[in-house]
Design a protein around this ligand. Structure first.
Ligand code: ZN
Length: 239
């Protein structure tokens, strides 16, 4: 993937800013892959997050810095995660599949970003609703069962969805420098990529603001300046 231009990065930032994490993840993937929001939202979660990792690698090469709390001793650790740890070889993209559990046979499709943003994660039945969005067909549902998937079937589909799309739940191997405890920590790819995009966009806009104020140039003209010339003018006005 090539690096986004500053204008593309700002457009992606603007589409994502002010929204919750589920919308932000899809908006950034759309900017990264040149997709519409609907196209990016229809990607399985692992493919969406792989696009975000590639966006990060193209625009901001270098390790990701994050904090992690050791489950062994509670120490908060500064961790540098190399991008290569996150750029896992792509397994075959998950597709439609079937699972039999709880006396029913369920055909389902992969979980996507649009599914995640359609379901309130705090809802008590969030898992059932997420699974419900992925279900395409159910055979063997008892007529008097109220049309609800049996609990065992919901659990089986949820487990199968996770197993079929391992890149949707990236884990990084960490070892605590204090107590030596080792564990696989979940890594929130969209949150980390958003933090970098947000910081970069705010920096760019602050530069535009300073130059527009000093010279009266429009935003597009300022963004069209090469980085060296922009830095020169910023230094000239003491910004
Ligand atoms: Zn520890």
């Amino acid at each position: 993937m090539r690096a986004l231009t500053e204008a593309e990065l700002l457009a992606g930032w603007e589409a994502a800013a002010g929204h919750g994490p589920a919308v932000r993840a899809v908006a950034l993937a759309a900017a990264a892959g040149g997709h519409t929001f609907a196209e990016a939202g229809a990607l399985p979660l692992g493919a969406r997050d792989a696009l975000l990792v590639e966006l990060r690698a193209a625009c901001f090469p270098g390790d990701l810095q994050c904090l992690a709390r050791c489950p062994g001793c509670g120490e908060e650790l500064d961790v540098a995660v190399p991008l290569s740890d996150l750029r896992q070889p792509a397994p075959a993209p998950p597709g439609e599949a079937t699972v039999t559990a709880g006396g029913v046979r369920v055909r389902y499709r992969p979980l996507t970003g649009l599914d995640v943003l359609a379901v309130d994660p705090a809802a008590p039945d969030a898992r059932r609703r997420l699974v419900g969005r992925c279900v395409l067909e159910v055979e063997g549902l008892p007529v008097d069962g109220g049309g609800e998937l049996p609990r065992e079937a919901v659990a089986a589909v949820a487990a199968a969805l996770a197993e079929a799309d391992p890149r949707a739940d990236l884990r990084i191997d960490l070892t605590c420098a204090v107590c030596g405890h080792g564990w696989a920590a979940p890594f929130d790819v969209p949150a980390h990529v958003w933090a970098d995009v947000d910081a970069c966009a705010r920096g760019l806009l602050a530069d535009v603001h300073a130059l527009a104020l000093a010279y009266g140039w429009p935003e597009a003209d300022i963004l069209a300046l090469g980085p060296a010339r922009r830095r020169f003018y910023l230094e000239a006005i003491g910004a």
